[in-house]
Design a protein around this ligand. Sequence first.
Ligand SMILES: [Ca+2]
Ligand SMILES: [Ca+2]
Length: 447
Amino acid sequence: MSVSTAVVITLLCLCSLYSTFGQDCPSRKEIQGTLKQVQKLLSAHEASYTQSLRNLKKKINLLQSSAAKQTTRATNTTCPKLDAPVNGRKLGRSQNVGHEVHLLCDPGYELVGAESRVCQESLTWSGQQPTCRDINECASSPCMNGGTCADEVNQFSCVCAKGWAGATCQSPVPTFFVTMTNTSAATSPAAAATLPGATNGPFVRPSRCTIVQGTTHCTCEPGYTISGRDSNTCTDIDECELFHNGQAGRLCLHACVNTAGGYRCSCPVGYDVTRDGRSCKDIDECATRQNNCTKDQTCINTYGGYQCVRVDCPKIPNATYVKTSPMRCERNPCPVDNKACSQTPNSFSYHYLSVVSNLSAPRVMFRVSALRPMGDTLRFSLLGGRQVRRHFTVQRSDRLTGQLMLVSPVQGPATLEAEVEMSELEDRMQLGRYITKVTMFVSQYEF
Ligand SMILES: [Ca+2]
Ligand SMILES: [Ca+2]
């Protein structure tokens, strides 16, 4: 509107100019005609101006939304936070795509479900969240001789059947009542008396005898049995011998030591007896600083012992390697056009596993994943000698992951070294090779 007003004002000015120069003012009709034309022109301009404004707004909106998408994509490359299971722990903190966390349970609990979960490209964790279930210590029927087991967290207790005692109802309670007549003791005037007995060390003790109305009743303490010609001695029961192949099963997981009035279980060097007194558990020398590993070594706890390991980067022709973490070496950049160098492995990673002898197979021992694959194909393969191939194989578990499988049990003590190679290819051309060296320490015992 203001534009039209300005045009009218200009026309009026023109009119005044005309009169100044002594010319006639244009007629009203002419002015109106000119005004109409100007108005048409203005409307056309206005329409095209509005149109281009609209187009500009559209373009700005498009730019804004694509910029917003890119920022969300850039920040959202992690999976949601994963909690440890109740009564358990989580190993591994990375929530990035391709990373793996391991889940385990506190002592006394067992894991039900997957022991590891991987952050997938869909930004969700693979599998289901596992739970920690209270281990039923009674499941192995530890109470012997008809005892009833009561499960508690990380332990159990036995209610023994009549005639049996001990933590696992392992010791018979002597209830022998020996009836004797015509003995000299029977003439004793007292209602009760204790007979003297042999005292040949702690394994043989005097029995306790009671004379009631001319009849002598002799008893022993738990863990002893009545013996001697006159039933006047008690001899220790050798539970280890008695239950060696008994129906109730072996008393001890490893070795049984007979003691006066009882017995105890013993474990090999490197193991402690568990709280139930029967089993053996490995001593973690690395956690308890009972090791002599030096500063540049890493302590690896094994079943029955420990190992001090030190990673030295490999020395191979055409390439040099540098240690980027205690367990990883990476290749220094290759000179341009040095094909021999670019074909050597890009990295070596070192992993150590401790397992018990004769571990059942098949089972997954280790997984190797590509974090940011570059090419169109990933290839996983197993390197190593005949012994390695007898016990291991490499399988693909998903598009980006290969797994080292144990295919046959390994009798310990032994140390096996397997190498998993992951190659990245693009149009069948090799882009990179990554070597994972897995050393498995197998214990002597199956516990
Ligand atoms: Ca004994
Ligand atoms: Ca150990």
